[in-house]
Design a protein around this ligand. Structure first.
Ligand code: CUA
Length: 359
């Protein structure tokens, strides 16, 4: 092996080790190894049992392998190993031991699966709809619909029903020049995952899956779509914001209220006017500002200004980012249904002002 080759191998080894050790950090926002609620903890406990059994198996099997390699290595050029044709005792042994291990592991695994599958007593239900590429949350019976940022009460199980919806006007393909071809994008599989609060559940077209999550303490918990669902899969983030029960009720109250009207004669008021009706169409054709109304194409915006982020958690909610978005949404989130409407600077500013008043 040349010196250069050895150096490269060493560099690759150090890089791989660095990557591996980076996974061991504490306080990572999306670590399933730091559960923040009873359901995530139950899954984590199961993982730890399986992990340590796997570690023991790995050490024993690799140990035996290394031992055999050294003990029975070729000692000279004319050294021929003893020829054998199987060993019944060994073969039965290494079939029976894994079978017993798997059967043993099936017990806690199945118990956990059945334990977590049902709808817990006193759970709050939230309907989750996966769109390309954002999340819609409906609070049944509460008259509240929001997007990407899920608000929940801490200390109470949240029973999620998860569906995937087709996106009218979604981008199904790109032409030779790379321009998006808008069609009714077929529904795709997403996966809802807030690692510190619970498991990961696929969001499959044509069926309703369920999953329960729960947070011990108020706080913000990050998550993301965990199933490749197209161009902006990596931009399909989510956050779960847990409140005290009182704060959660206050949040619901806020979200139920009608969208506020900006002060007359303000720049925001021009934006409101424009939102309802502009030259080539209107924002209202795709975005509802009625609280509780589901998205027709895009997210409900009745209380957009109360969110911390927009564009599926991609950017912070502020005027500058809203203007950047309105100027060319696809430059912020590639493949998004909303096209560049060629708005003027004044129109963009008025709309951004208006959107921020929708608290
Ligand atoms: Cu939705 Cu990946």
């Amino acid at each position: 092996m040349g010196r250069r080759h050895r150096r490269l191998t060493f560099a690759a080894f150090v890089a791989a080790l660095g990557l591996l050790l980076a996974a061991c950090g504490n306080g990572l926002p999306q670590s399933a190894l730091e559960p923040a609620g009873p359901i995530a903890r139950e899954i984590d406990s199961l993982f730890r049992v399986v992990f340590w059994i796997a570690v023991v198996v790995f050490v024993l099997v690799e140990g035996a392998l290394v031992y055999a390699m050294i003990r029975f290595r070729r000692r000279s050029d004319d050294d021929t190993p003893v020829q054998t044709h199987g060993n019944n005792r060994l073969e039965i042994l290494w079939t029976v031991i894994p079978a017993l291990l798997l059967a043993g592991l099936a017990l806690p695994t199945l118990t956990t699966i059945f334990d977590l599958a049902g709808r817990p007593d006193g759970a709050l239900e939230i309907r989750v709809v996966g769109h390309q590429w954002w999340w819609e949350y409906e609070y049944p019976g509460e008259g509240v619909v929001t997007a990407n940022e899920m608000h929940i009460p801490a200390g109470r199980p949240i029973f999620l029903t998860l569906e995937s919806e087709e996106t009218p006007g979604g981008i199904a393909a790109f032409d030779e020049e790379g321009a998006p071809v808008a069609e009714n994008a077929i529904p795709v599989i997403h996966s809802f995952w807030a690692p510190r609060l619970g498991g990961k559940q696929d969001v499959v077209p044509g069926r309703i899956n369920t999953m329960t999550i729960e947070a011990d303490e108020p706080g913000t918990y990050l998550g993301q779509c965990a199933e490749f669902c197209g161009l902006s899969h990596a931009n399909m983030r989510l956050r779960v914001i847990a409140h005290t029960p009182d704060d959660f009720e206050a949040w619901l109250e806020e979200q139920r209220a009608p969208a506020g009207a900006p002060p007359p004669d303000s720049v925001a008021a021009q934006g409101a006017e424009f939102f309802q009706n502009f030259g080539t169409g209107s924002c209202i054709a795709c975005h509802s500002i009625e609280p509780g109304a589901g998205g027709t194409v895009g997210p409900n915006l009745a209380h957009l200004g109360s969110r911390e982020t927009f564009a599926a958690g991609l950017v912070d909610m502020n005027k500058e980012n809203l203007m950047r978005w309105l100027d060319d949404p696809r430059a912020v989130k590639p493949g998004v249904v909303m096209p560049d409407y060629n708005l003027t600077e004044e129109q963009i500013e008025a709309l951004a002002e208006y959107l921020l008043t929708l608290e």
